[in-house]
Design a binder for this molecule. Structure first.
Ligand code: DI6
Ligand code: FE
Length: 404
């Protein structure tokens, strides 16, 4: 692979503890799949053999990372969107067998090839905006073979599209109808059969659980996460989205990589997240689509310096959102993140939420050369504008994406 030298660039390195890590009139050298050198234009060595890219002042950022998605599923839930706007509640629709369960029925009926074909345009929409790493959860299969089918599709996305995919097992996403009234038995199946089978197929990078009034209680969540830790896997939790059950503190106490949603997190729980190093993943798309009003405790998260990531939560029900740039704008507009926090939320802190903070997420020597060249000259533009995609070129692992 030839070396690539970006000249006359505005770098948003996101390499320090806060802010953009902005370097204007800068240059950056990529060698193979790594960042080899970066510095001011005044100090660039010759690098004779390198391909030269004159950025003309344009912005370079790390490749964007969508650290929380449910992209693999069949069908859609447009009918529920209509029903909600005619007055039905999200939890009420779930209670009558719609919601997640309606997607489970469609997903179980779909073949792996059909699921792959349905997932592809959703992933392509993310990639068009400079996403180089994304997380995909299972959770619409809810039995051993169907959960494995979803994770295989996620693996296929990585193989076919060259984007990095982190696969998260979310077998405890909802209670399947065949276990109605027997949630503890289902959790036993998740722990003893479904999760170990998916691990045996090498399809699990992390384990997640939905701790919520419409899903699993705190004790059931604990059992899943403890089993995951027994198997040596990193853990995460969907917690405090619609109500407060204490899932975030429980998961943080077990060393969770991230706890996600958090609108109902109590301000005094932020300290526990800071202590465990868990990333707070905020999901403004679900907040927006469900027309929620309770805000995550941002002041407390900032006070305790909890790393904050943001993600699409792309799913057919609560967040049919396939734009990480729009997610950045929603995080700023709805949750009052600063544009710098939003950029950190889809780069370095998203990498940390996936346990990849040492490898990805910032422009630093030694990190992987996942880099986006944008048709803007300052980073706030990424959060500020809606509906324009300024992504010009993407380098994925040191290769131009259009050549992958
Ligand atoms: N939280 C969410 O936002 C999604 N799952 C979850 O645990 C919603 C999934 C859906 O409605 O299909
Ligand atoms: Fe989710």
């Amino acid at each position: 692979m030839p070396r690539i030298l970006f000249r006359n660039a505005t770098l948003a390195c996101v390499d320090g503890d806060a802010g953009y890590g902005l370097r204007e009139n800068a240059a950056l050298l990529v060698d193979a799949d790594r960042i080899e050198w970066l510095g001011s234009m005044a100090s660039v060595p010759a690098f004779d053999d390198a391909e030269i890219v004159d950025c003309e002042g344009r912005l370079l950022t790390p490749g964007l990372i969508d650290c929380h998605t449910h992209l693999v599923y069949a069908g859609d839930r447009a009918d529920e969107f209509e029903a909600r706007l005619e007055g039905a509640g999200y939890a009420e629709i779930a209670a009558r067998g719609g919601g997640i369960m309606s997607t489970v029925r469609a997903t179980r009926a779909a073949s792996e090839a059909e699921l792959f074909a349905e997932t592809l345009p959703r992933v392509r929409a993310l990639l068009a905006e400079g996403v180089t790493t994304l997380e995909i959860k299972s959770g619409y299969g809810l039995d051993r073979d169907n959960e494995i089918k979803l994770l295989r599709v996620a693996e296929g996305i990585e193989r076919e599209l060259g984007v990095r995919v982190q696969k998260t097992f979310l077998g405890a996403h909802a209670l399947p109808p065949e276990f109605s009234g027997r949630a503890d038995d289902y959790i036993e199946l998740v722990c003893q059969e479904m999760l170990p089978a998916a691990v045996a197929e090498r399809l699990v990078d992390a384990v997640d659980v939905f701790i919520e009034s419409i899903a699993f209680d705190l004790e059931q969540g604990r059992r899943v996460l403890d089993r995951a830790r027994e198997l040596g896997l990193p853990i995460k939790a969907h917690a405090e989205q619609l109500s407060h059950l204490g899932g975030a503190a429980m998961a943080a106490a077990r060393g969770a990589l991230s706890v996600d949603h958090l609108e109902h997190l109590a301000a005094d729980e932020a300290a526990a997240l800071a202590e465990s190093g868990s990333v707070a993943v905020l999901l403004p798309g679900a907040f927006y689509v469900l027309r929620e009003t309770r805000l995550p405790p941002l002041t407390a998260l900032r006070q305790h310096a909890v790393p904050i990531a943001i993600a699409t939560d792309a799913n057919p029900g609560s967040s049919p959102l396939h734009s990480l740039l729009l997610t950045m704008n929603l995080a700023c507009t709805l949750f009052a993140l600063t544009p710098a926090e939003a950029l950190r939320g889809v780069t370095i802190n998203a990498a940390r939420a996936l346990g990849l903070g040492d490898l990805l997420g910032s422009l630093e020597v030694g990190k992987r050369a996942d880099i986006v060249l944008w048709d803007v000259n300052q980073p706030a533009m990424l959060s500020y504008r809606l509906g324009i995609n300024p992504c010009r070129r993407v380098l994925q692992g040191g290769r131009w994406r259009d050549e992958v």
